[in-house]
Ligand binder design. Structure first.
Ligand code: HEM
Length: 404
C-alpha cells in the first residue's frame, strides 16, 4: 500500500493535475525504477501501472489477453456496473460488430468531405480572435471547431452546443467545481446518458441523414441496438468527440508559446503543420490512460500478472518514454519518427483520430500565417482531472492580421 504522501500518488491525484498538469517527473521515475508497478492506495482499487511505451503497446495490441469490459476507467471500482456500454467497454466479437456499424463516418473520404467546412469554421474563429488583441484561448478558440464539428456531424442543433459542452465537463471534469455542474462523475454520466437517450429515440422516430440517425438505427446481426447501447455510443461520440481535440489544440498552443523557436519555424514552414499536430498530440496526450483486465496469467517486463488483475496503460507516460523518443521531454514540431500513443493502439485505437488530426490542422493552418506575435496574458490553469484532461484557462494577448 502506498503511503498517502508518496510522490506516485500524483499520477491519480486531481488536485496535483489541477495545479501543475501531468506529473512528468514522477512518470519518468516510474518508467526508470518501477515500470510495471502495483499501484495500491487507499483511494482506488489496485491495478498494475504501466508507463513504458513497449509495455503499453503490448497490452493494447493483445485484446484477447487484456480485456476492456471488466474495468475501463481507473477511478471506477472493480466490478462497477457502468451504465456506459459503448465501444471502450466492449470486447470482441461484440466490439468488432458495433465498431463496424460506425466506421463509415470516419473513413479518409468521409473526413475529407468535411475539410471545407472545417476550414470555414477555423477562419470564422480566427477572424473573431483578430477582432480583439487578447482572449481566453480555451473557450474562445480551442473549444469552438471540435464542438461545432461533432454537433454538425451528429445533427445536434447549434443552440444545444453549450449543453453538449457542459454535459461533457460533467463527465470528464467532475472533480473540478469550476467545470462541472454535477455532484460527481456518476451523476454526470447519468445526465449525459439521459440527453443521448432522448436523441436516440427522436432519431428512431424520424431518421435523418446524420450520424446520430446511423447509430440509432444500426442493426447488429439483424437487430437494432438497445437504447442503452445507442445512448452509450452517442455519449462517447459527443464527449470524446470534441473535448479531447480541444485539449490538444489548447495544449498545442501553449507549447508553441513556450517554445517560440518552434512557433517561428511553423510560421516559416506551413508544410510542417501535420507533423506539428502530431507532436502536439504526443506532448499533450489529452486522454492519459485506460484500464484493461488480464484474461489469464501472463508476464509484462519480467513481472508476473495474474488472471483478473487490472492493468492501467498510461499513454501520457508512454509518450515521454526516453527509450522510444529521442529527447522525449522536448517539444519538436518536426519530430520523426513519432510513434506516439495519444490515440491508443490496437482494435480500441481512437475511431475519431483522423477527424481530430484534420480539425487541428485546419485551425493551425488558418492561425499560424496570420499570427504576428503571441504571449501569455496571465498564468495558464489546468483542469482538476487525471483521466481526460488539459487546460481550462489560457489567457493570451496577440497581434493577428485581418478579420476587421
Ligand atoms: C485529440 C483528440 C483525441 C484523442 C487524444 C483521443 C484519444 C483516444 C484514446 C486514447 C482512446 C482509447 C484507445 C484505447 O483504449 O486503446 C480513444 C478511443 C475512442 N475515441 Fe478518441 N480521441 C480523440 C478524438 C476523438 C474523436 C474526434 C472522436 C469521435 C468523433 C473520438 C471517439 C473515440 C471512440 C468512440 C473511442 C473508442 C474506440 C474503441 O474502443 O473502439 N475520439 N480515443
Amino acid at each position: 500500500m502506498l503511503a498517502s504522501d508518496h510522490p506516485y500518488n500524483t499520477v491519480f491525484d486531481p488536485e496535483y493535475w489541477g495545479q501543475h498538469g501531468a506529473p512528468h517527473d514522477v512518470l519518468a521515475t516510474l518508467r526508470r525504477e518501477d515500470p510495471v508497478f502495483w499501484f495500491e492506495s487507499d483511494r482506488f482499487d489496485p491495478a498494475w501501472l504501466l508507463t513504458r511505451h513497449k509495455d503499453v503497446e503490448h497490452v493494447g495490441k493483445n485484446p484477447k489477453l487484456f480485456l476492456s469490459g471488466p474495468r475501463t476507467v481507473f477511478h471506477n471500482p472493480k466490478g462497477f456496473q457502468s451504465p456506459l456500454i459503448g465501444l471502450p467497454q466492449q470486447d470482441a466479437p461484440q466490439h468488432t460488430r458495433h465498431r463496424r456499424a460506425m466506421q463509415g463516418w470516419f473513413t479518409p473520404k468521409a473526413i475529407r468531405d468535411l475539410e471545407h467546412r472545417m476550414s470555414e469554421i477555423a477562419k470564422d474563429t480566427v477572424d473573431r480572435m483578430a477582432a480583439t488583441d487578447s482572449c481566453e484561448f480555451c473557450n474562445f478558440v480551442g473549444a469552438q471547431l471540435p464542438l461545432k464539428m461533432i454537433c454538425e456531424i451528429l445533427g445536434i442543433p447549434e443552440e444545444q452546443e453549450p449543453v453538449v459542452w457542459q454535459l461533457t465537463q460533467d463527465v470528464f471534469s467532475a472533480a473540478d467545481p469550476d467545470m462541472t455542474r454535477a455532484a460527481n462523475a456518476q451523476e454526470g454520466v447519468r445526465n449525459a446518458m439521459g440527453f443521448c437517450a432522448g436523441i436516440a429515440k427522436a432519431r428512431q422516430e424520424s431518421p435523418t441523414d446524420d450520424f446520430a440517425s446511423t447509430i440509432a438505427n444500426a442493426e447488429i446481426d439483424g437487430e437494432r441496438m438497445t437504447i442503452q447501447e445507442i445512448a452509450s455510443h452517442l455519449m462517447i461520440m459527443i464527449s470524446a468527440g470534441h473535448d479531447t481535440t480541444a485539449s490538444a489544440i489548447n495544449g498545442g498552443m501553449l507549447a508553441l508559446i513556450r517554445h517560440p523557436e518552434q512557433l517561428a519555424r511553423l510560421k516559416q514552414h506551413p508544410e510542417l503543420t501535420e507533423s506539428a499536430v502530431n507532436e502536439m498530440l504526443r506532448y499533450v496526450t489529452p486522454t492519459t490512460n485506460f484500464v484493461r483486465t488480464a484474461a489469464g496469467d501472463t508476464e509484462i517486463g519480467g513481472v508476473k500478472i495474474a488472471e483478473g488483475d487490472d492493468v492501467c496503460i498510461h499513454f501520457c507516460a508512454a509518450n515521454r518514454d526516453e527509450d522510444e523518443f529521442e529527447n522525449s521531454q522536448a517539444f519538436m514540431i518536426d519530430r520523426r519518427p513519432n510513434r506516439h500513443l495519444a490515440f491508443g493502439i490496437g482494435p480500441h485505437a481512437c475511431i475519431g483520430q483522423l477527424l481530430a488530426r484534420i480539425e487541428m490542422k485546419a485551425l493551425f493552418e488558418e492561425l499560424m500565417p496570420r499570427i504576428e506575435s503571441v504571449e501569455l496574458d496571465g498564468d495558464p490553469e489546468y483542469i482538476k482531472a487525471f483521466w481526460v484532461t488539459g487546460l481550462k484557462k489560457l489567457p493570451i494577448k496577440y497581434d493577428i492580421s485581418g478579420g476587421d
